[in-house]
Design a protein around this ligand. Structure first.
Ligand SMILES: Cc1ncc(COP(=O)(O)O)c(C=O)c1O
Length: 378
């Protein structure tokens, strides 16, 4: 079911045409309010009880888990994708004769992590080139063979918006015994994914884009078969006995037996968790499939208008519904992003592409302003 425009739930004024959710989503008003009350609890710390170090994080963990079809026990709370990747990669064994597969122009937090592991293990780094027809999946499948130890891929490429069939990639990884880690920062919340069907080893997602959440908060899914792994940090809250504050100095070695062991230190962030919780509740209420359908009709309408005017080159083979990544037959000036921003029309340039990424706050008037702006500045 398409969702009607939800602008009144956001603090986006009528003079702003914001098409840059892939860079950073605005907060829902309700989420911002939840964050402010959360922050203000720290003004009265005597009201913060021992259970508050656990309850809110477990509530938010469970909401994220529901979104991807996982259990709360499978989800760790992390500050960033780079933290999540570092956690994952220190639990992956790669031998010198093996390879690590990444995608050309993938997000740096993944690429640097993969490069680091390859250099530590003296392993080969295989970079899948962007296919001419824009369809990443066959190219990734081709790059995976008996020597592959690890595959790092998004399910929507952050530059071109291409959708990767992660279920097919996961099947191929399993058939050769490779570990699969997904970065779904550019899709979870806007494109359905079911962990039970895909069964990756790990999944990481930052919350400040399509999860409509705060900056400095994200999630790491670890399949139950990996929940005996080593956390990145040696904090107290990831230990099995963390709930009993009076006996913390017994220094019990046992880690939490679930993915909670991978939680970052101070994960019980009283200001950020309520923001993420309010946003996840709203996303679950709208339904991710309905969000995808609605945003898909917005991006399709924009593309059709620009194509009819001969302003854009054809799109990638499998663009994500929420993601318009445009190339232009005559190229674009370096300053086009700034010129549009000066008119309060917001998009982002990545490589030779312009990302136009709407959300439910966008309305018809935004679309007209975007198209008029592009007509003027292209
Ligand atoms: C695909 C992808 N992954 C991760 C991130 C953010 O990474 P980090 O949380 O390490 O800053 C971004 C931000 O643009 C992204 O597009």
């Amino acid at each position: 079911m398409p969702i009607p425009c939800q602008r009144e739930l956001f603090d986006v004024s009528e003079d702003v045409a914001y098409f840059d959710c892939a860079k950073m989503s605005p907060l829902l008003k309700a989420a911002a309010e939840a964050g402010i009350s959360g922050l203000m609890r720290k003004a009265r710390p005597w009201e913060i009880k021992a259970e508050h170090f656990f309850d809110e994080s477990d509530r938010v963990r469970a909401l994220f888990a529901r979104l991807i079809g996982a259990a709360a026990d499978d989800v760790a709370i992390i500050p960033s994708v780079s933290f999540g990747m570092a956690t994952v990669l220190q639990n992956v064994t790669v031998a010198a004769s093996q390879s690590i597969v990444t995608l050309a122009e993938d997000f740096p937090s993944t690429v640097y992590a993969a490069r680091w592991l390859a250099s530590q293990a003296d392993a080969r780094l295989v970079k899948v080139a962007r296919p001419l027809d824009g369809d990443w999946t066959p190219a990734i499948l081709d790059a995976i063979d008996g020597s592959t130890a690890l595959v790092c891929t998004p399910n929507v490429h952050w530059v071109d918006g291409g959708v990767i069939d992660v279920q097919a990639v996961a099947r191929r990884c399993r058939s050769v015994g490779a570990v699969l880690v997904l970065d779904t920062t550019q899709s979870t919340g806007a494109l359905p994914i079911d962990i039970r069907e895909v069964d990756p080893d790990y999944l990481v997602a930052a919350s400040y884009k399509w999860l409509l959440g705060p900056y400095s908060l994200g999630f790491l899914y670890a399949a139950p078969r990996h929940q005996q792994g080593r956390p990145l940090e040696q904090g107290w809250i990831a230990r099995a006995g963390a709930r009993d504050f009076r006996t913390l100095m017994d220094y019990g070695e046992a880690l939490d037996p679930t993915a909670r062991r991978f939680d970052m230190g101070e994960r019980s962030n009283f200001a950020l968790l309520p923001v993420a919780g309010a946003a996840l509740e709203q996303i679950l209420d709208w339904g991710v499939a309905s969000i995808a359908e609605t945003l898909g009709s917005v991006t399709a309408a924009i593309f059709q208008r620009l194509e009819a005017e001969g302003l854009v080159s054809p799109q990638a083979a499998r663009p994500a519904p929420h993601y318009l990544s445009l190339r232009f037959p005559i190229g674009v000036g370096e300053d086009i992003e700034e010129r549009l921003a000066n008119e309060n029309v917001h998009v982002s340039l990545r490589g030779d592409r312009m990302r136009i990424t709407p959300h439910l706050y966008n309305n018809e008037a935004d679309m007209e302003r975007l198209i008029a702006g592009l007509r003027r500045h292209l």
